[in-house]
Design a protein around this ligand. Structure first.
Ligand code: 5MM
Length: 337
């Protein structure tokens, strides 16, 4: 097995998943605003240190996605964050995209930028200890969108990014996110996700990206947040597995779902149900941002005296999602906490 494939397989090791802590500066400011904490460089460092240093996290966390600033930061005692993670057996990863911008000629649609200079940035990140990278494409659903143009442009960029990462020796996490904003139903999310994934894998194939060396980070198949027709946990799990069996090559080692605005418990319950149903050729795991951090952020509240409480809350979510990897999470686990 190539080194890249073994990194991809380590990312989706049984019982573990990814902590997405790669919030860009505007996003982390929004998160800190919600707890009335100023988004200074040192507050961001203290918060991330709380998560990365939580003892035992390595039992359920295989990798952490970092933002450029965080990859270059260190703990209070001067240990660089990538070193801290690597010493505990957690793979450091890096967000390399430059964000979703308006797509010219396509009102309401986005294209993710960041390809210019990416070869050099990948080389630098690999030197700083990154073992994998992440690039997120954003697909919105409304009556007349997404257009084929938007899906093609984003799939092409994802594949170019993936090829450059592999050339530079790091594993690409390919993240085409179909947003759950809006009033669409589950079936509409299924159709758009199917179109998105088929195009993404077509572009990866055209650009000679071996599926064994990537990890896919998609949305689950969910009704929009404003939909009047919500779906049961079982319906979400069945629709998601049905869609992914159609579109994702069996050679891909694993699928790490994003939470996308679900509550912490919903994200865990959906992953758990998919693993209970099973039967897919890939590992089904998590790469959650909000669904691993929301309650830990609240518990911390920006206060040094709450660091232990923040870590305990984060470890609880990591443990629940670790259990969801084998379909062994139960609601009782939440009540005990
Ligand atoms: C952690 O949030 C990531 C960064 O977002 P921005 O670039 O917008 O600041 C985001 O890409 C994240 O990795 C995924 O959306 C998954 O996070 P959620 O919260 O949806 O699980």
């Amino acid at each position: 097995m190539s080194e890249l494939e073994s990194i991809a397989r380590a990312i989706v090791a049984p019982g573990k998943g990814i902590l997405a802590a790669d919030e860009s500066s505007p996003t982390i400011k929004k998160r800190f605003d919600s707890i009335q904490v100023e988004s200074t460089e040192d507050n961001r460092r203290a918060y991330r240190q709380m998560l990365f240093a939580a003892a035992g996290a390595e039992q359920h966390i295989s990798g952490v996605i970092l933002f450029d600033e965080t990859l270059r930061q260190s703990t209070d005692d001067g240990t660089p964050f990538p070193k801290l993670l690597a010493e505990r057996g957690i793979l450091p990863g890096i967000k390399v995209d430059k964000g979703a911008k308006d797509l010219a000629g396509a009102a309401g649609e986005k294209i993710t930028e960041g390809l210019d200079g990416l070869r050099d940035r990948v080389a630098e990140y690999a030197g700083l200890g990154a073992k994998f990278a992440k690039w997120r494409a954003v697909i919105d659903i409304a009556e007349a969108i997404p257009s084929d143009y938007c899906l093609e442009a984003n799939a092409h960029a994802l594949a170019r990014y993936a090829a450059l990462c592999l050339e530079g020796g790091i594993v690409p996490i390919v993240e085409p996110e179909v947003l759950m904003d809006g009033g669409h139903d589950l079936q509409r999310c299924y159709e758009v996700t199917e179109r998105t994934l088929c195009r993404t894998f077509g572009a990866l194939y055209a650009q000679r990206v071996p599926p064994e060396q990537i990890v896919l980070k998609p949305n689950m198949i969910l009704p929009g947040k404003k939909s009047s027709k919500q779906a049961s946990v079982r319906e979400v799990a069945e629709a998601t597995l049905h869609c992914f069996r159609r579109c994702v090559p069996a050679a891909v080692p694993g699928i790490v779902f994003l939470s996308g605005g679900q509550s912490e418990q919903e994200a865990t319950a959906h992953l758990n149900e998919m693993n209970k149903l099973g039967g897919g050729p890939w590992e089904l795991s998590f790469s959650y941002g909000r669904a691993l951090q929301a309650s830990a952020l609240q518990a911390w509240g920006g206060r040094a005296e709450n660091l232990a409480a923040g870590q305990k809350t984060f470890l609880h979510r990591a443990k629940c999602n670790g259990a969801a990897r084998s379909g062994s999470w139960t609601e009782a686990m939440e009540k005990v906490a």
